[in-house]
Design a binder for this molecule. Structure first.
Ligand code: NI
Length: 142
């Protein structure tokens, strides 16, 4: 039995200055890409996702943030946000970093706009020292 994947691949040519291509090859080599095609596919996906032109696209979000757990109202607020956003939040993990600081990782799914709002609400809270949202397009879109 043979497997056949019904994905139509399209080849296209790109003109680029030699020096720029050398830098690109060096960069993707450092990152461990086996070839240019995979690196360019990732750049295209990233570009489609990063563009806020598609706020209703389905995505998976990972929000990582470091906060001061001694700020009691913050702990309550963060817990409240998680409970209020149950439809989006899939899982979370809490790591005690030192006597004062904790790291939390929240995984959520939804549309880009909702995930961005969730991340903004968490990261802008007083006592959150650093936070970042990593978005991945929903696998069905890739
Ligand atoms: Ni902790």
């Amino acid at each position: 039995m043979t497997w056949r994947i019904d994905v139509k691949l399209v080849r296209f040519g790109v003109s680029v200055k030699e020096d720029l291509l050398k830098q690109f090859d060096f960069s993707i080599n450092q990152k461990g890409y086996a070839n240019r095609s995979e690196a360019i596919r990732d750049l295209i996906r990233l570009s489609l996702l990063k563009g806020e032109d598609n706020p209703s696209a389905s995505a998976i979000g990972v929000i990582g943030y470091v906060f001061n757990h001694r700020k009691r109202e913050l702990q309550h607020k963060l817990t409240h946000i998680g409970h209020r956003r149950l439809g989006e939040v899939i899982s979370s993990m809490h790591i005690h970093i030192d006597e004062t600081h904790c790291l939390e990782v929240v995984v959520a799914k939804g549309i880009v706009k909702e995930l961005q709002e969730l991340a903004d609400e968490i990261i802008s809270s007083r006592g959150v020292i650093y936070g970042e949202l990593i978005l991945s397009p929903h696998p069905k879109r890739l």
